[in-house]
Design a protein around this ligand. Structure first.
Ligand code: B12
Ligand code: SF4
Length: 465
């Protein structure tokens, strides 16, 4: 059902409809607080129906949620389709709550954890999602988003998707058949004023021959049906085969999001990435040679990062992106140890994570690394508008050369500033007291980003040239 964007209006809409149950989808930790504010308003306004929550955050924090948020009646863990159907039957007294697998619920003062529900075996058995607001969403600048597979065969220790699907028995990477996936795509293209398509699969190409064959069949099917789409995918580096990338490019592939995470093998091992620095670099080179735009996810800092490793990360990015027209990093993050992930356990064991709001954050003990992280964070924030601008250029056929030039300029600014940050922290003695506020490099970073904005013709803070 579509709700008014204004919270109070949405609450009064729900109250007037008197549904027997309301569900909230909570993908990110920060959405929990906002959703709960609305849930409390519903209760204050007399809503007595069942309130449930689902999504990544509730699945990884099930009991915590029911302990901390008394107005919530249950949590739907992992996949929601079948569990929600049965939950509604239970709310309607057709079956017992205890019989709904995948549900955690409140019973008197107890929290009851029913057994997990196995993952859906054949994704094609699921109907296509109802997209009531699709036209409005596209008219506001949204692009088509489709999941053509679920999960990932890998098991990176920081990844909440890996942790999410491991909460239920079943295969960790499952796919829609090429025909089924492209039927959904074709129907959406017919309804849409945009042909930009983001396959939001965690790992679009998927494992081994099965994944590779499917990606090729999807490419063939798009071409066979004559669909004109501009495609964006997310993939692990070790699933990229040159022929497949070429076939996908023929079908409209423009951009690949790729989690490279680090240029330091120690971090990659701790992240259980199952790829080393060289393998990641080769994946990026392959995409660059095939002239596919790439955005890199990078967790450049973790609580064990030292100055030499920071320097290695800077050197790694510079060697790959310094002169690149295709590859640009959109992150240089500090590790976020999400609750329920193996890395969170590891960080807690080493006292390297502390509670922060409804989740955890990393603890950095070396003040020089903390300074490097704050400066890098400021750099990424300042470069944000450039990244947004490049994103729209990449998808625009007429702006290909402009996009390449923008990426070159952005990379040059980013690598120049990173080198300055690296040199500044190497100038500091181990016992030197450093303040993370008011460091002169903040001014330099800001000025460099402003100069870049002028070069890219960005006049507003929102990234639109
Ligand atoms: C699309 C997407 C986005 C889009 C969102 C677009 C949109 N319109 O919603 C954009 C680009 C905006 C985005 C941004 C970010 N994202 Co994002 N995103 C995703 C992605 C790839 C797909 C989400 C999706 O559509 N899934 C498809 C549906 C079918 O799956 P699902 O959501 O899990 O739903 C199922 C169940 O969870 C359950 N369920 C879900 N909701 C409910 C509700 C009820 C009531 C019930 C009963 C069941 C239920 O049933 C569903 C069907 O089985 C996920 C990864 C993923 N695999 O989910 C990451 C993911 C959600 N994103 C993530 C992150 C970290 C971010 C960012 C913070 C990244 C960043 N550093 O900037 C930002 C924050 C966004 C913000 N606004 O601040 C993390 C969240 C981690 C966490 N624990 O908080 C994820 C899990 C990726 C990851 N592995 O790290 N993201
Ligand atoms: S490769 Fe990506 S999606 Fe797969 S487990 Fe690692 S971080 Fe998660």
């Amino acid at each position: 059902m579509s709700l008014h964007p204004d919270e109070s209006r949405a609450v009064s809409d729900i109250i007037s409809m008197q549904p027997m149950a309301v569900g909230f989808s909570i993908l990110y930790s920060y959405m929990m607080a906002d959703s709960y504010r609305m849930i409390e308003k519903l209760r204050e306004n007399g809503f007595i129906g069942h309130i449930t929550v689902g999504g990544t955050y509730p699945t990884l924090n099930t009991e915590e949620i029911l302990h901390r948020f008394p107005a919530i009646d249950s949590v739907v863990r992992v996949e929601g389709e079948l569990t929600t159907y049965e939950l509604l039957r239970a709310v309607n007294n057709e079956i017992k709550m205890d019989d709904v697998n995948g549900l955690t619920f409140r019973q008197n003062d107890q929290i009851v954890n029913n057994p997990p529900r196995p993952l859906v075996v054949n994704l094609d058995d699921l109907p296509f999602p109802i997209r009531d607001d699709f036209e409005t969403y596209v008219s506001l600048g949204g692009i088509i988003q489709i999941h053509t597979s679920r999960g990932c065969h890998a098991n990176c220790s920081f990844c909440s998707t890996a942790a999410f699907y491991r909460k239920a028995p079943g295969r960790k990477w499952r796919m829609h058949s090429p025909n089924n996936a492209i039927d959904e795509l074709e129907a959406l293209l017919a309804r849409s004023a945009t042909n930009e398509v983001w396959f939001t699969d965690d790992n679009f190409i998927g494992p081994g021959k099965v994944g590779d064959d499917r990606a090729n069949q999807i490419a063939q099917e798009i071409v066979r049906r004559g669909l004109k789409a501009k495609l964006i995918i997310q993939s692990r580096g070790d699933n990229l085969q040159r022929t497949t990338i070429r076939n996908l490019k023929q079908a409209g592939l423009r951009k690949v999001y790729i989690g490279i995470e680090s240029g330091v093998n120690r971090s990659l091992d701790m992240f259980n990435k199952r790829m080393n620095r060289e393998q990641n670099a080769n994946a990026l080179k392959l995409l660059e040679e095939e002239e596919i735009f790439v955005e890199i996810g990078f967790i450049g800092f973790d609580p064990f990062t030292n100055r030499e490793e920071f320097a290695k990360n800077v050197e790694f990015l510079s060697s790959l992106c310094g002169k690149s027209e295709y590859i640009h990093p959109f992150a240089f993050d500090m590790l976020l140890p999400y609750r329920g992930t193996p890395i969170c356990e590891l960080m807690l064991k080493h006292c390297k994570a502390v509670e922060h709001g409804l989740d955890y954050q990393s603890v950095i003990s070396d003040p020089r690394i903390e300074l490097a992280w704050h400066l890098t964070d400021a750099l990424l924030a300042d470069l944000g508008p450039a990244t947004e601008c490049i994103k729209s250029l990449i998808i625009d056929d007429n702006s290909r050369e402009e996009a390449k030039c923008s990426i070159r300029l952005k990379n040059a600014t980013m690598m120049g500033c990173l080198a300055q940050i690296r040199d500044a922290i190497f100038r500091l003695a181990e016992d030197e007291v450093v303040s993370t506020e008011n460091h002169p490099l903040f001014g330099f970073i800001h000025a460099s980003a402003e100069a870049l904005k002028v070069n890219l013709g960005i006049t507003q803070g929102d990234g639109k040239p």
